[in-house]
Design a binder for this molecule. Structure first.
Ligand code: AMP
Ligand code: MG
Length: 423
């Protein structure tokens, strides 16, 4: 029989009328995700990596007093005369933590150590190396100096009442130091979101069991464990769920009771064993279920009661790509953090890449720096969404936008590094 059949839209098509764009998917995730508003008061060291839930103002000046930035002599600048050498009588010594309680009069100086409080009557510190001892115990200083040199002014790092942290800031090592320098020992941070995850598929076997014909080991729960553990979230591994509507439905309901975000992998396509979308329609509110992206087109997003739900595809590479692109922004919002994107840099392609316009493609690449400090990139090889070793071989995602028609050698393209240790 001659002729053609009417193909339904599929991942073989560059465009699919049921798919939404990556930008639309991200803005729907942003709109539907509500930040958790519960916070916990923790000792500051436990706040590292967490999201600050309240603005913090400084309760004092740092430094609290003007102090010396050098070992030397504290003097009054007005004692120096242009073109002349001045001599000073040393009246004592001021140490960090043991300041000299004396008033310096004209013609007098104080020997001072780094960090020691500037004595009353002084405004300038002359480095020890720029002074000369004289026989009669005097200290000689020439006039090549500036008012206030080598003096750290009170409040020059932090002024009293200045904003130190804003709500939504992620606490880094420097923040811990700044908090400590203000004597702040505890901080309110948002509680960690709880993320439950499970794999779906009758073919999946856990790593400690032998494989029968047609079975495969479940790798998605391991990559998900790894990616989630690197974030500040609580995790619940709910194991493997069989491809059965009732099992999936009750697993999703149970997970949504315990977790703020439920993630599944697999079962989101149009196959006869793909029940995620129908289960979500039954117990929750699906938002979208197809994105114009490769890999990762079938991705179901929605809510189950108060929990967010993200049904990732089953293919192992698609899981990692979509986790980075869609789950991380959702988790940022849920955690109370301000939205930020992983940095995108431009690199010169050293190979040709085929692509049809219509959907975004995220390929795995190997980026390196040329001798003159520019990024260059090539693909990791085969880009099938089941080739998980493309993620272990690669160190970056290559972002080929919707309108790209492919890449020629020498084209400047966008990459997102995910592994700096492999550059
Ligand atoms: P699905 O979306 O369920 O049709 O799965 C797509 C492909 O990914 C199939 O080849 C599955 O066998 C595979 N797959 C699904 N889940 C996993 C998993 N947890 N680990 C490894 N491969 C999987
Ligand atoms: Mg499946």
């Amino acid at each position: 029989m001659k002729g053609t059949i009417n193909n339904a839209p599929s991942c073989a098509d560059p465009t699919d009328p049921n798919s939404i764009s990556v930008a639309q998917a991200l803005s729907q995730i942003e709109a539907k995700t509500v930040a958790l508003d519960q916070s916990v008061l923790l000792p500051i060291r436990e706040c590292l990596g967490r999201i600050c839930s309240e603005a913090i103002h400084s309760n004092m000046n740092v430094p609290g007093h003007a102090n010396s930035a050098m070992d030397g002599y504290a003097i009054a600048f007005s004692d120096l005369r242009k073109g002349h050498i001045a001599t000073f009588e040393e009246i004592g010594c001021s140490f960090a933590g043991r300041s000299l309680d004396a008033v310096c009069k004209p013609g007098q100086c104080v020997r001072i150590m780094t960090g020691a409080v500037i004595p009353e009557g002084c405004d300038t510190v002359i480095m020890q190396e720029q002074t000369e001892p004289r026989d009669n115990g005097l200290v000689a200083v020439d006039s090549n100096h500036q008012l206030g040199e080598n003096v750290r002014q009170a409040g020059e790092d932090i002024k009293q009442n200045a904003v130190i942290l804003n709500q939504g800031d992620k606490i880094g090592p420097a923040d811990l130091g700044v908090l400590a320098s203000l004597g702040i020992s505890q901080l309110n941070v948002f509680r960690k979101p709880i993320v439950a995850f499970m794999s779906t598929g009758d073919e999946l076997v856990s790593v400690d069991k032998p494989l029968k014909k047609g079975q495969i080991y479940d790798s998605n729960r391991y990559t998900l464990f790894g990616m989630l553990t690197q974030l500040e979230v609580g995790i619940m591994d709910l194991g493997v769920i069989q491809d059965d509507f009732q099992s999936i439905r009750s697993a999703l309901l149970g997970a949504a009771e315990k977790a703020d975000l439920v993630i599944t992998t697999g079962g989101v396509s149009v196959g006869q064993a793909d029940f995620i979308k129908t289960a979500l329609e039954d117990i929750g509110q699906p938002d979208f279920w197809k994105i114009a992206i490769k890999p990762g087109r079938p991705l179901t997003f929605g809510k189950i009661n108060d929990s967010l739900f993200i049904g990732l595809p089953g293919n192992p590479v698609a899981v990692m790509v979509t986790f980075n692109h869609f789950v991380i922004p959702a988790l940022r919002k849920l955690s109370g953090a301000r939205p930020t994107q992983a940095p995108v840099v431009r690199a010169t392609s050293i190979e040709k890449m085929r692509k049809r316009a219509g959907r975004m493609e995220i390929q795995r690449g190997i980026a390196s720096l040329t001798v003159d400090g520019r990024w260059q990139v090539c693909k990791t090889g085969k880009q099938g969404s089941g080739i998980l070793t493309s993620m272990t071989r690669g160190n970056c995602f290559i972002l080929l936008r919707e309108d790209s028609n492919g890449v020629e050698i020498g084209d400047s393209i966008e990459i997102q590094l995910f592994d700096w240790s492999q550059v």
